[in-house]
Design a protein. Sequence first.
Lengths: 276, 263
Amino acid sequence: MIEALEFGFFQRVVLAGLLASVACGVVGTYVVAKRISTLAGGVSHAAFGGVGLGYWLGFSPMLGAAGFGLLASLAIGTAWRRLGSGLDTMTSMVWALGMALGILFVAMAPGYAPDLMSFLFGSLLFVPWDYVAVVAALDVVVLLAVFFLGKEFQAVSFDDEFAEVAGVPVERTFLLLLALTALTVVTLIRVVGVILAIALLTIPAMIARHWSDSLHGMMGIAIPTCAACVLAGLFASYGLSTSGLSLPPGPLVIVIAASAYALSAFCRHLRIRSTG
Amino acid sequence: MSEPARDASEPVVQLEHVTLAQRGVPILSDVSLELAQDDYLAILGPNGGGKTTLLRVILGLAEPDSGSVRVLGGPPGRAAGQVGYVPQHVRFDLDFPIRVMDVVRMGRLAACGAFRRFRPEDEDASHEALARVEMADLAGRPIGALSGGQRQRVLIARALAMQPRILLMDEPMASLDERMGRNLWELLEELSRQMAVVLVSHDIGAISHYVRSVACLNVSLHGHPARELSVEALESAYGCPIELLAHGHPHRVLAPHGEGGTS
């Protein structure tokens, strides 16, 4: 299987997967700790509206996805801060609205959209160099933001009321965190698709939560866990294809991640029992 | 504009005719209150009397419908970082991955400022605050692994780490055991010489002889903050006859039965 690495396209895929794992592990940690995975799910599905718009008007669907994802995250985030309650209904509305717009835009686009499936389920096997560059840039932005605003992100995620009392501009900080979440989710769409992006964002961080009681500790576990799941899915897809079974890597990544979660939960259960 | 000179007689908190309603229900009605730097005030009142909302108004977390609020000479939001707060209820998720020390360090956010890591003096202030509530040895414990009383002490330490000029506490004794409760009264006595302290309680018995003045709040403020608490003020706040028990201590706050009462 290792001979796959001799192909230039596979090297790019592996590199993109590894780079995406960094943003995924860092942002996923906040999403899991603050329990906003539904919100992130809404953002990833709303991003599909941007994909459709890109098809219709003939610009990059990923650019459209990024725009719609950002818009959705800011809308939901602002509603959350201002309205307080009603977040879940607001999220499902944005979720459905984005998907609906996407379907309408695609229907209005001339001809038919050949690789629409790749946005729904991911298409890691065709990764251009400029996508690798975009993921690397996202990593730099995410890491810089956490380096400079990590303590504010922590405060806002943990106890936004006290953060306000302590002089943190809560709304701006929270919206920045949501914007980073949206950009990360949109990046992951390329790896596993709109439908599965949220799983890849949260499962590694949920595994990390089993073994760490701090945000930094979780990030340190979630990043390699995410990378391992992505690599395992890619190599499994490649290995199966050489034996004649052609399966897309995206869903394989998710099945592997979910299995790893079950294994991690079981090990943690054993450890808790043994330590009393 | 230069910073106005602050002298001890200038009020640190000034509420004038503050009125606030939520969903048409009046929570605060025409509340005026002045607090000096050396004040140590207990606010009593029944459940739903607006005590927590009053603290939130001072903190800038709730905005009154009418009336004016000035904290440390400016609008309440501007004083962020100088007003310590110990909330009554744990608002956060007990499963959040965070350790005791990280929670206490949140009190240093304003002093440290954004875009940088906590400095050694922030670490020192946090350690000192934890030590004051006897929680120093649990600094590395996850917040979810604490008892209710221990958690309360962490929240007190977080407010102390701010080294605030005003300290607001909402039912601070609620989940503390007797020994820790007594320690907190002593700590508050000491702190009240360095900062203005306001504590809120629905439990008249909780107010010890330490407090320097008492006010009663049941939507409106009954009686001006006074050293001696009158039975009239209490009764109009609670809406029922109240008997006061004297502590038998020279510094008692509650007037002896019958002295200011109607019975």
